[in-house]
Design a protein around this ligand. Sequence first.
Ligand SMILES: [Zn+2]
Length: 95
Amino acid sequence: MAFRAFHKPPPPEPVPIFGEPPIPLEFLRDLFAWLERPEAPTCTHAHKDTIRFLVDRDLPAEPVLKWLRAGGGYCDCKVVTEVAGKWREKQVEQG
Ligand SMILES: [Zn+2]
């Protein structure tokens, strides 16, 4: 039973600052659309498709991945479920 003590859930992380995206908005929209495409393969819990998108367009991968992770986008499917949704809400709030 002592073993279980090491597996306590971590304390909730503070909400990260979800600042300005490091790439132009039109690329961000295209990225979300690409990740949400109906024929998208099952997420491998990596940023495989995100990186492919960025590399294909000569965009800087590292700052974008950092920005996505700050919004909870730890892999391709999380980018869609966590970042794309939140970011769209934010855009609506800002008008
Ligand atoms: Zn995933």
